[in-house]
Design a protein around this ligand. Structure first.
Ligand code: ADP
Length: 643
């Protein structure tokens, strides 16, 4: 697949589908370092199963040689010279052999469980952390496309599914294989002809299992996807709980969640129904094997060898056969469970690896250099950009910002102002042209040094659960309390923080819900100040706050802007009035540029926007009003299309 393709849901889905041998890949990626636990676990599994086969064999021999005295005291695969010759000696040998086998089995079960569990938990831990680390580095395209709930579902549900398979089912699968091979080896050694009767169902079971796996694979993939959808819905609703309550849409949301949950239930049920057929089917097949062995063996003992069979069969051998076959029934019926979990784990692994292997385009080039001592010279050189490869969002944007300069970006909503600064932060790469900082193309420098040189304050800044001080220090974790306080003072936040019950140590709740919008904004400004960025970006930083807070934030913006390159995106033109240069953006292009006075004198879009904000609506030219209403109509249309 070409990496130029946009990362949309279709791409992600296809990418996931195309993964071959997901569980094998999972092992190679995460299991490699813990192979020894896996190997010990497998060996212990084999040993414990071997021990479990010993008692029935000893019992059969005891019946024939000691109780019925029908045959000599011989054991499969054991040299005659090792066996005792007296009857009581042989009896105690059988008792001792059974005891050793039982104790040995218990010991090996302990070893098996601990090693395989250790292995699976390690794989799970590594898969989870590696998936998270990789996810964090994926391009913004990905996050625009994939819902948070879906990602959480992968990191928690899907990773947990792996454990269920890896520690219990995989152990059982290995044991089952060992049991089948071991049983077959004993049966063949005891009586190859009767063994053929017992094992005739094996190929039938294999075909039956294959049929089931084919059907189950798709169903489990659908289930995992529906769990992701359900989680996304829940995550969305809990995040928007305030909107739901205030718009009185509880019933509507009840229904939406119910629909998603019902879809999950239905898909789950479909898969279960399939296993309801498979499991008893498998049991019937193994029971058939038991019955066939009993019929052929019974006739053999009563009437001598039936049909094509020849030779002798003792009652003891038949008992061993029946006991061993019986021991196969339950584990074989378990096969259903194992295959089910296997398909489930495969679906989960595809989701995990599908995410792990998505291409990352915005990353450090191999020869990327660190931006050092950034002066803040920013150039946009004929930049053209589109989010989806279709619709051009920025067209030939060209500007040169000297170190220390303050640039105001104004223009109608959707004009492309935020996109311009996103390109500077290299959240996206330009399609044509280049963005340069101190003469370096942003694609040629390391992301950490590039982003580390910039501070960004948006309209609604995310604060993490924790205290005020922790949030201010985010990114500068070793800052001292004095530095935090100094930054908060400069951000005009110190006073309100001091008035909180526990000052800087006040817990602000999830996403900072316990603070007002204006307070959150000032904490975010303080956080940025502490980073001492060479370039500051304020993106509508004051548009969602009250007039007083706006004044306070404006003061800190002015102070910060004084000694560094600053970009201010503002809806309210008074915010950028004093900027060295104002760029007026319309429909992805810079349509006017200059100082406030220049632009007013030019009497263009800026001058008209200024009149709107000054309340001089009567003086607006007809053409401007027409364009504005067209734009608003277009936005409504776009919004409708997005829904
Ligand atoms: P402004 O900041 O001037 O309001 P933006 O830069 O946010 O405008 O958006 C410019 C255009 O790009 C708009 O038409 C918007 O719909 C579109 N856009 C913004 N972000 C994305 C995105 N992540 N994916 C696709 N289109 C986007």
């Amino acid at each position: 697949m070409s990496t130029d393709q946009a990362i949309d849901s279709e791409y992600i889905e296809k990418h996931r589908e195309e993964l071959d041998h997901p569980l094998l890949q999972l092992f190679q990626r995460f299991g490699h370092g813990h192979r020894r636990w896996f190997v010990v676990g497998v060996l212990a599994s084999i040993g414990s199963r071997f021990f479990s086969l010993v008692p029935p064999v000893l019992l059969g021999v005891a019946i024939d040689a000691l109780f019925n005295e029908e045959a000599g005291f011989t054991l499969p695969y054991v040299p005659q010279a090792w066996l005792p010759t007296t009857e009581m000696g042989q009896f105690w040998f059988v008792v001792g052999g059974m005891a050793v086998a039982m104790i040995g089995q218990a010991g090996l079960i302990f070893v098996r469980s601990s090693t395989l569990n250790l292995f699976s938990h390690r794989v799970k831990h590594e898969a989870r952390t590696a998936t998270y680390q990789q996810m964090q580095r994926l391009d913004m395209d990905f996050f625009n496309e994939v819902q948070t709930g879906e990602l959480i579902s992968i990191l928690s549900n899907d990773v947990n599914r792996l454990e269920q398979f890896l520690d219990s089912m995989m152990g059982e699968l290995i044991q089952l294989i060992v049991l089948m091979l071991g049983t077959a080896a004993f049966l063949v050694a005891l009586n190859p002809q009767l063994a053929a009767v017992t094992m005739v169902v094996a190929p039938l079971s294999a075909v039956f299992t294959y049929w089931y796996m084919q059907l189950a694979e798709e169903r489990y993939a659908d289930i995992r996807e529906s769990v992701g959808d359900l989680n996304s819905r829940l995550e969305n609703n809990l995040g928007g709980i305030q909107v739901i309550k205030s718009s009185n849409t509880e019933e509507y949301e009840d229904q939406r969640v119910e629909d998603h949950s019902y879809r999950y239930f239905k898909l789950d049920w479909l898969a279960l129904r399939l296993s309801f057929v498979y499991r008893p089917g498998l049991r019937v097949l193994t029971s058939l094997s038991f019955i066939a062995t009993f019929i052929v063996g019974g006739i053999w003992i009563i009437q001598g060898p039936p049909g094509p069979f020849s030779g002798e069969l003792t009652a003891g051998t038949l008992v061993t056969f029946l006991l061993l076959t019986q021991r196969l029934v339950n584990p074989l019926a378990q096969m259903g469970n194992i295959v089910e979990r296997y398909e489930d784990a495969k679906a989960s692994t595809k989701r995990i690896l599908g995410l792990m292997s998505l291409p990352v385009r915005i990353k450090d080039e191999p020869d990327a250099v660190d931006l050092e001592r950034v002066e803040g010279h920013v150039e946009y050189d004929d930049v053209t950009f589109s989010y989806d490869g279709d619709e051009t969002v920025l067209n030939d944007v060209d500007t040169d910002v000297e170190p220390g300069e303050t640039v105001g970006l104004v223009g109608p909503t959707g004009a492309g102002k935020t996109t311009i600064v996103k390109l500077l932060l290299r959240l996206y790469d330009v399609n044509e042209g280049s963005v340069r900082v101190d003469g370096h193309d942003v694609r040629d420098v390391t992301l950490s040094s590039l982003r580390g040189s910039m501070g960004y304050v948006g309209q609604d800044n995310f604060l993490f659960d924790g205290t005020i001080a922790e949030n201010v220090k985010y990114g500068q974790f070793d800052a001292s309390r004095e530095e935090v306080i100094r930054a908060c003072k400069r951000a005009e936040a110190h006073e309100f923080i001091e008035n909180l019950p526990e000052g800087y140590d006040t817990d602000i709740g999830e996403r900072g819900v316990k603070l007002s919008g204006g307070q959150r904004q000032r904490v975010a400004v303080a956080r940025t100040i502490l980073q001492h960025p060479a370039i500051m970006i304020f993106d509508e930083a004051t548009s969602a706050v009250d007039t007083e807070t706006e004044m306070l934030i404006q003061r800190s913006i002015d102070e910060l802007a004084a000694d560094r390159t600053t970009f201010i995106i503002a809806h309210r033109l008074s915010t950028v009035r004093d900027a060295d240069t104002i760029l007026v953006i319309d429909d992805g292009e810079i349509v006017e540029r200059g100082t406030h006075e220049d632009l007013l004198a030019g009497d263009g879009l800026y001058a008209n926007l200024w009149r709107v904000q000054a309340g001089e609506i009567e003086d607006l030219p007809e053409e401007f009003v027409e364009q504005a209403s067209e734009r608003v109509a277009q936005q409504a249309l776009d919004a409708a299309e997005d829904d």
